[in-house]
Structure formats: C-alpha cells, structure tokens
Design a protein around this ligand. Sequence first.
Ligand code: PGA
Length: 246
Amino acid sequence: MKKLIAGNWKMNGSIASNAVLVQSLLEGTAASQCLVTVCVPAPYLAQVQALVAGSGIDLGAQDVSQHESGAYTGEVSCAMLRDFGVRYAIVGHSERRQYHGETDAVVAEKAQRALAAGITPIVCVGETLAEREAGRTEEVVKRQLAAVIHTNGHCISEIVVAYEPVWAIGTGKTASPEQAQQVHAVLRAQLRAASAQADRVHILYGGSMNAANAAQLLSQPDIDGGLVGGAALKAVDFLTIIAAAQ
Ligand code: PGA
C-alpha cells in the first residue's frame, strides 16, 4: 500500500506562513508517490483548501466534535469540515486526551461521527513514559484501540491508526524502529482479529519523526506512514520525510 504522511501543524501557522509552507510542499510533492495530508488549525481550512485544490495534497483537521450540530460552543462538526473538503481528521491525539479530558469513549464517538460523514479519522493511541516503564504499553494501546473497534464494528478497516508514544511527542526522543514496530504489530493483530480487511489500515508512527530518522522507521513492515508534528512545519524536513516514504 502507498504510505501516508500526515503533517499535524498543531496550534501553529499564520495566513502568511501557511502560504509559504504550502507553496513549497506543492512544488516538492508534484511527483510524489505517497499519500500526503496536512492537518491544519480550523481557521485556516478555507485558505489551505484553496491552496491545495487540484494537487495531490489532501486537507485534514486536528479534531472534530462527537456531536452532529447544536449548542456546543467552540466545537467544529464533521459537516463543517466536509464543507471545506476535509478528507482526514485526527481524533484522540494525546494532547486532546491530556489537556481536554478526552476519554476512550469520546474518541470512539468522534471516529464514528467522522466515518459517517465520509471523513477518515486518524485515531491516535500511545502510552505515557510511566506506563511504558511499568510494562503497560500493550495494555494501554490495546484498550484505546478496542474502544474504537467496539463502537465502529466492521467499519474499522476505514480508519487510520497513529501510534504516538506520549514520551516521544515533541521531545526529540523517538521510539526506535524496533520499539515502534513491536507496538505496530500488536495493533495490526488487534485489527486483524476485528476485520478481514485489516491489512488495508494505515498504521502511522508519530513522535519526533524527522528527516533523519524517517527512513528507518518507515522501513518497518507494519509502519505505513507517519504523523509528523514539529518537522511538518519546515518544508525541507517534511519533504525529506515524504521522500523517505516512497
Ligand atoms: P512531533 O509531534 O512530531 O512534534 O513529536 C507528533 C504529533 O504529536 O502528532
């Protein structure tokens, strides 16, 4: 399958800097053989939609409401994302779980809502450093994914999974290719037990993926792409990761 490289801009960017970044990405991905998406802050969806129109770069969001519409101040619905041609939405990022109290159940509902709207949820799972040190990595990621499988049933083959060890996010500490592959294999087995189509699910690695370590991570058998934070804000670095994925 083609690898998927997703940039997660987080709360970064401006109209001026987005235009420069996306222009460089358009030039650098014109002949790209892999799937590329940028998950941008909601206020910039219209801008980036226009910039990437007709290109191979897909538009993504960083979160979506689990509710359909109504009195949910500050929230953004799937239908609104669809209005801007959004193809992917990150759900359950560890920063949402940690700072916004998102539970496994809420993350599963968000994934369900996205799937129903024709948006591919990028479901993030990952253990904290304390959980890893306590030998609980497998248990934690399986619990997080199980909630999404339970709620979404046979549609599970339509999601993207991102394994993002919390201790590796924005810290410069990357999981080794072997550490990442070990967890990816666990997630793949869990998906296979839930769906005959599990092998078409992209399982991305995220957490300090950069231009220097991407090729090795992406060469692992169950690493089907990357969810890239910091390095997605620098065109040269993001393009190097995309090149490593081909
Ligand atoms: P990072 O972030 O690449 O800056 O570690 C990845 C993510 O949180 O999606």
